[in-house]
Write a protein that binds this ligand. Structure first.
Ligand code: URA
Length: 242
């Protein structure tokens, strides 16, 4: 690959910025100063340094975002801010995309990556990946609802797989419930529709986990961090190159 692309991919700056670094003789390839952005390098074999630091090439990048309300889970949109707008330049340069979608008013865990194979595996209906949500509900959820969720809620267009419903709190006076539910699918508005099928309404929805990946509660809404090595190790269950 071209040396300037490699440097951009390593987060050294924009194409223009890395050109300047090269001109200033801050970059070496296998010990030799290189000044041409067009120099071809082998990212897996050559040792490249910038300002005296050896650079490691990242093919894939992984971002954990605590999605806030009001942004959409897409890479571009004409009228709304997207989750990509919340990330950094590296995410844009590496062309990351969200793994699945959360509604505009849903908050919580969203993984963004440029690893298509991982996204495919995590979203595959065949893999039955558990997604845990916490929902504030208008109405009182009951033991009957737990049973109905476990049996498989019937929606207009499909029957949901058995889902686990846990009632954390009910407030008879306010007529509200706080629940956690685990679903294995990811159909459009699925949680809201399942709760609606039981005659109640989701008023706020937050995703807490997807498979082995758990939302880092120290991330404020709208904040992100790269996945840690331990989180990447947990994603090895999907059996794809990471
Ligand atoms: N189910 C929903 O209804 N909305 C989401 O954003 C995610 C799951």
């Amino acid at each position: 690959m071209r040396l300037d692309k490699f440097l951009v991919d390593c987060g050294m700056g924009s194409r223009t910025q890395v050109k300047t670094l090269l001109k200033k003789k801050r970059v070496t390839v296998n010990g030799q100063i290189e000044t041409s952005p067009k120099t071809q390098i082998n990212e897996n074999k050559d040792e490249i340094t910038c300002a005296g630091q050896v650079l490691g090439y990242e093919k894939f990048v992984y971002y954990m975002l605590n999605k806030p309300e009001g942004v959409i889970s897409a890479t571009e949109d004409k009228s709304h801010r997207t989750v990509i707008d919340l990330l950094d330049q590296t995410a844009i340069d590496k062309e990351v995309f969200p793994v699945g979608r959360l509604d505009i008013d849903t908050t919580g865990l969203l993984l963004l990556t440029n690893n298509g194979q991982l996204a495919h595996a995590m979203l595959s209906p065949k893999k039955h990946v558990d997604k845990l949500y916490e929902a504030q509900v208008a109405g009182i959820m009951t033991a009957d609802d737990i049973e109905a969720f476990a049996a498989g809620i019937e929606l207009k267009d499909f029957i949901c797989q058995p889902a686990d419903l846990e009632i954390l709190k009910t407030d008879q006076e306010a007529n509200t419930s706080l629940v956690r539910l685990t679903i294995k699918e990811g159909k459009f508005h699925q949680v809201k529709r399942m709760v609606a099928a039981r005659g109640k309404e989701v008023t706020t929805l937050k995703r807490l986990s997807v498979g082995p990946l758990v939302l880092d509660e120290s991330l404020a809404k709208g904040s992100w961090r790269r996945l840690r090595d331990s989180e990447l190790a947990a994603l090895q269950i999907f059996d794809v190159e990471l």
